[in-house]
Design a binder for this molecule. Structure first.
Ligand SMILES: [Zn+2]
Length: 472
């Protein structure tokens, strides 16, 4: 996620904004004004205060300069394969397609020289962020970020235990189904690709963009909702949405390859794009897709279309039985990914607890002990998710919980299935997208779904789907 690149350059613009919002008396002024106000004015002041905290945390020169330096090195890096520079998409293909395990392993570690080289800078960034958070009165940077949306490290950890238990079940099921004798991270993507090899025709790279657009149309989104810039381009993450001045300035970058996972990624990124185009509000304070806590929730909800039997059946060569298997394997992969995320979030919390903490030992134990991989040296803990806004990964955990809960509520509200259902787009826009920051999402989830945000809905559905998949 990015907040746009004015012609002056992202760093210069961020520093100018931080200078403006860092007046020593501004936060005190906001607090006093909030106490004196009510209704819409109060909401504006609350949102302004969050923007001030965000700018003082993340755009302070000590943080923004380090972030910009890491970003430059990350975006300028090209991994090498067989002595020549290749794209991140080619590395993805290699790890998921290469039959020789030694070559797959080499592909998996292809970004390692970059990440290891960035470790000292990322530790310094973490230190600078914590320092800023503590100066603003927070216990740590993760607490500060989560607090912007009424969350805390404790509420995040409440999600973890049931998710980890489910992840262990998914891990043994995936391992058992794998065609490789070993079980390393570089076997995982290969195994998933092999499992869907016979239905590859249904998820070709060439058809990905038109198929996702057609899927969104049947969900009730029209050309105006999709009127954002789209570029097919290589990124260090699978896809990227860029939100500038909303709702006018929205861009989506993606480089789809063959495979169902790329269809999910594209639905996800298009979700970010549609979200950015839909927000409305009387001031720019309202016209935002949210702070990191819920930034991924809408993307996650759009991805869910690719788990629907009715959508899977529209893909060429997919029978009812295949669709059922694909749905079960998507849930197993998601359960595994959620457990992986819990481990990654814990690793980040350890880092924010102590910037010089040893992360390798605990990660190695987690990968082997909890995720069930054969013992191996963990790949460097550095990745693009340390870039601004930091501690972003937590929002993927929240997104999956959000999605499963909101799907149930949306089905009731739209009186129909998740897909195809042309009433979904208007409902999503009305309930979640258009209001922007008018409401906080923690109480809104409770109001719309009747329950506080939690992992129960996801765990129940995933357990059910995985059991049916195994029974088949
Ligand atoms: Zn996203």
């Amino acid at each position: 996620m990015n907040t746009g690149r004015p012609s002056g350059g992202a760093l210069r613009a961020r520093l100018a904004r931080a200078r403006l919002l860092s007046h020593p008396r501004l936060l005190g002024w906001c607090d006093a004004a909030i106490l004196r106000s009510s209704g819409g004015a109060r909401r504006r002041l609350v949102l302004l205060r969050r923007q001030v905290v965000d700018a003082q945390l993340e755009s302070h020169p000590s943080v923004a300069r380090l972030n910009a330096r890491i970003e430059r090195r990350l975006l300028g890096f090209r991994p090498r394969w067989n002595g020549r520079p290749v794209s991140q998409a080619e590395i993805w293909d290699l790890v998921s397609r290469e039959p020789d395990p030694a070559r797959r392993r080499a592909g998996y570690y292809a970004n390692e020289p970059l990440f290891v080289g960035l470790e000292p800078d990322v530790r310094a960034l973490v230190d600078a962020r914590n320092h800023r958070a503590q100066e603003l009165g927070f216990a740590s940077y993760p607490e500060a970020r989560l607090s912007l949306e009424g969350l805390s490290v404790r509420s995040l950890r409440d999600l973890s235990a049931p998710v980890l238990a489910l992840g262990r079940t998914a891990s043994s099921a995936l391992r058992e189904a794998s065609p490789t004798g070993s079980w390393f991270p570089w076997d995982m993507m290969f195994a998933q690709r092999q499992a869907t090899a016979h239905v590859r025709r249904g998820f070709s790279a060439a058809d990905c963009i038109p198929a996702v657009r057609a899927g969104l149309k049947k969900w009730g989104f029209g050309p105006a909702d999709l009127a954002f810039r789209f570029r097919r381009w290589d990124t260090p993450t699978a896809g990227l949405a860029l939100h500038g001045q909303l709702p006018a300035d929205v861009g989506v970058v993606c480089n789809p390859r063959d495979g169902i996972v790329h269809y999910s990624v594209l639905f996800h990124e298009m979700g970010h794009g549609i979200h950015g185009r839909a927000v409305r509000g009387p001031s720019p304070l309202f016209r935002s897709v949210g702070f990191p806590g819920f930034a991924e929730s809408i993307g996650g909800l759009f991805e869910q279309v690719t788990c629907e039997l009715s959508w899977l059946r529209t893909r060429p060569g997919i029978s009812a039985e295949e669709a059922r298997r694909l749905r079960a394997s998507s849930y197993a992969a998601l359960a595994f990914r959620m457990a992986e995320l819990v481990g990654e979030v814990e690793s980040e919390l350890r880092l924010y607890g102590r910037a010089d903490a040893d992360l390798t030992g605990p990660r190695r134990r987690f990968l082997h002990g909890t995720l069930g991989y054969d013992d191996h040296p963990p790949i460097s803990w550095v990745d693009p998710y340390h870039l601004s806004p930091g501690f972003h990964r937590a929002s993927y955990l929240l997104a999956t919980c959000f999605t499963e809960q909101v799907v149930a509520a949306g089905k009731a509200a739209t009186r129909g299935a998740l897909w195809p259902n042309p009433r979904w787009g208007p409902w999503l826009k009305r309930t979640w997208l258009r209001p922007g920051q008018r409401d906080d999402w923690v109480p809104k989830v409770r109001k719309v779904t009747g329950k506080p945000l939690g992992p129960a809905a996801f765990v129940t559905t995933a357990r059910q789907e995985m059991a049916q998949g195994l029974a088949g």
